[in-house]
Design a protein around this ligand. Structure first.
Ligand code: UDP
Ligand code: GLC
Length: 431
């Protein structure tokens, strides 16, 4: 750690108590700075437990009026939030006085942090994990972020795609933005690499010799689990048709192709993840889709799992299906570290992780047919799948290390600390 960063007392602020990607990215940073730093959460949950178990001080600043504000809410929702936001800013300001820097890690944290900065004059380091486009945020939310962006004293983003979307929003291409890719510790994936994970398959009822597709993501419409369900139905039809073509002179019956073909092929899907941010209706729709296609025996919902490395080890392929551009996509790197061939959606930060045909496969977001054909290609050619997996693993180990991630964040913190000194100095007045 640089001296300047080490001396700083950092107050991390994150709106979620859940274990989402932005929170998992924050974890090693909060641990590294736990001696002088603390984390403020705007909601309670398992993330708080993880932080506290690691010896990090956590302050909960929960206000239902702020928690209710959504990514796409309208003006009336925002106006209703004005008083709760004011209360939160006052509370955050009281805490922030004892720290040198505020490190804001989510959108609400960013809004509160920049408003708090006007009161306590502490610099704000903003880690933007989101693509600020209409695909992800309402017009009002984008307008607010656009207005406040210049009050961040340093801006870090998790991919070039996020940097680009921010520049498009603010119209400021000259603004200094640091691209800091997530880093993932490979040790758990290494440990899981050569172990048999029969127990995981057995508990789900997945045959040991089935070809098992794993999708590791919270259940949310834009994460696109429905695309994989359609792709599997398509794969079963494709494989059935191929089988029939081989049956010279075989009578070709008509009927429900997916249900009929399940007798011939053993493709299974495991969805690992839960609806973390109020997407329960989507989760229910997924189950209906599975039932409608008659795919219940093959599609398994495992819920949230802590040991992703072990679960990935039990799969034959790891897929990513986001229908809107993924800001980064930790699961893609994790699939590569797990030594699995990865098929991911060609958009956003994922294109900075996977090189199509070399370190994995990319298919158009939302295109179930293309996904089915990529999966079919891997299933038919295990040697090709292994080649992609090996190249992917090597790239992930080299390019997405946790050490590089924390060092780059520390370097940004050190630059801010150098600019303002590490004591209680005020930020040069921009506000
Ligand atoms: N994850 C997990 N358990 C699950 C599902 C996902 O721990 O059941 C983790 C996953 O390993 C990854 C993170 O949640 O590290 C999701 O991050 P990602 O960047 O892929 O997507 P996000 O949810 O942040 O948009
Ligand atoms: C966000 C993004 C995800 C990214 C993660 C960590 O949750 O949705 O794409 O990987 O942050 O930066």
């Amino acid at each position: 750690m640089t001296d300047a960063a080490r001396g700083s007392r950092i107050l991390f602020v994150d709106q979620s108590g859940e274990l989402g990607g932005a929170e998992l990215a924050l974890l090693p940073l909060a641990i590294r700075h736990r001696e002088h730093g603390a984390v403020v959460l705007l909601q309670d949950g398992p993330f708080r437990e993880r932080l506290e178990a690691a010896g990090v001080t956590v302050h909960l600043l929960v206000d239902a009026g702020v928690s209710r504000v959504r990514k796409t809410g309208g003006l009336s929702a925002l106006l209703r939030a004005a008083l709760p936001v004011y209360r939160q800013v006052r509370a955050l300001a009281r805490l922030a006085r004892d720290y040198d820097v505020m490190f804001v890690n989510t959108q609400k944290a960013f809004v509160l942090g920049t408003l708090t900065r006007a009161i306590v004059r502490r610099p704000v380091v903003w880690f933007l994990h989101d693509i600020m486009s209409a695909a992800h945020f309402g017009a009002l939310q984008r307008y607010v972020v656009r207005g406040l962006a210049r009050f961040a004293d340093a801006t870090l983003v998790n991919s070039q795609a996020v940097a680009q979307a921010l520049a498009d929003l603010t119209g400021r291409r000259d603004r200094a933005v640091d691209v800091v890719y997530n880093g993932i510790d490979p040790s758990q994936f290494d440990a899981a690499l050569h172990t048999q994970h029969r127990a995981i398959r057995a508990a789900l009822g997945v045959p040991t010799d089935a070809w098992c597709i794993g999708l590791f993501s919270r259940l949310a419409q834009w994460k696109g689990q429905h695309v994989l369900i359609d792709a599997v139905a398509q794969m079963l039809v494709d494989e059935h048709d191929a089988l029939e073509r081989r049956h010279v002179g075989g009578a070709r019956e008509r009927g429900a192709p997916a249900a009929r073909s399940t007798r011939h092929v053993e493709v299974h899907v495991v969805f690992v993840g839960a609806p973390l941010f109020g997407e329960d209706a989507y989760a229910a729709r997924l189950r209906e889709q599975v039932a409608r296609l008659g795919l219940e025996p093959r599609i398994h919902f495992a819920g949230f799992q802590h040991d992703v490395a072990a679960w990935m080890a039990a799969m034959d392929v790891v897929v990513h299906t986001s229908t809107a551009p993924e800001p980064f996509g930790r699961v893609v790197v994790e699939g590569m570290l797990a030594g699995k061939p990865v098929v991911a959606a060609r958009a956003g930060g994922v294109m900075e992780i996977v090189e199509h045909g070399k370190t994995g496969l990319l298919t158009e977001p939302g295109d179930a047919r293309a996904l089915a054909s990529a999966l079919g290609a891997l299933r038919r050619d295990p040697a090709y799948a292994a080649e992609l997996a090996e190249a992917g693993r090597e790239t992930a180990r080299r390019q997405f290390t946790e050490a590089a991630f924390v060092e780059r964040v520390d370097a940004a913190l050190a630059r801010v600390a150098d600019r303002i000194g590490t004591g209680h100095q005020a930020v040069p007045g921009q506000v």
